[in-house]
Write a protein that binds this ligand. Structure first.
Ligand SMILES: [Fe+2]
Length: 218
């Protein structure tokens, strides 16, 4: 931050510790994954299918919940840009093409494997608590951007060459993640509330971390 900008933002809430905690959680989740070449074809298919079951129909819904929950103009504008891109560029279609090409369209078994964690996430989002939702979306975008290389490797080992989804999300989610931390900061400053407890602040982060661990469990 420059001296000039700090002069005009005397009440800025430090979000660096929150970002550090979220990044640490992302690293722990990623480190728990099995190496793609050590998995059987069915195990690789299952991971892609469960990821698709989690993402395709839910990401825009979660982000819409974030939009409804936040109160600061800056957070709203950042989330709307994200939603705009998701819908305009039909990211769920990209996800679907990726799963089809890898022979990993989710089955009822794949959907049911993720059902409990998705239910926890839906109920969490439904409480419309802006700051914890923004923390969970920052976690998710940060994780996805690092997860794309792994997902692409799984698909390539399944014989797929359809990589638009992983190519786009390895890049665009870098900007999305940075935007969500800005939104988080704007929201904390606007509400001028005491920082939530760690349990409240990271509730959605922890649900999503469990969701991703479940998804990646062969
Ligand atoms: Fe997307």
């Amino acid at each position: 931050m420059s001296a000039a900008s700090s002069m005009f933002a005397p009440t800025q809430v430090p979000t660096a510790p929150i970002q550090a905690h979220i990044e640490q959680t992302i690293e722990e989740v990623l480190a728990s994954f099995s190496k793609p070449e050590g998995l059987t074809p069915e195990e690789r298919r299952g991971i892609i299918a469960r990821y698709s079951a989690v993402l395709e129909g839910n990401f825009i819904y979660w982000m819409t919940g974030a939009y409804i929950a936040v109160r600061s103009e800056q957070a709203r504008s950042i989330i709307m840009d994200n939603l705009h891109e998701e819908v305009r560029d039909a990211h769920p279609l990209m996800m679907r093409k990726f799963a089809v090409a890898a022979g990993a369209v989710p089955t009822d078994v794949d959907f049911m494997a993720m059902n409990e964690q998705l239910t926890h996430m839906r109920l969490f989002i439904g409480r419309l608590s802006g700051v914890p939702i923004l923390a969970s979306m920052a976690f998710f975008e940060g994780l996805i951007q690092k997860f794309m290389a792994y997902l692409a490797e799984l698909a390539a080992l399944q014989g797929s060459t359809e990589m638009e989804y992983t190519d786009v999300h390895g890049v665009c989610d870098v900007a999305h993640t940075a935007g969500l931390y800005k939104a988080l900061q704007a929201e904390l400053e606007l509400t001028n509330m005491p920082m939530p407890s760690d349990a409240a602040l990271y509730e959605g982060v922890n649900i999503l971390a469990r969701t991703i661990r479940r998804m990646a469990a062969a």
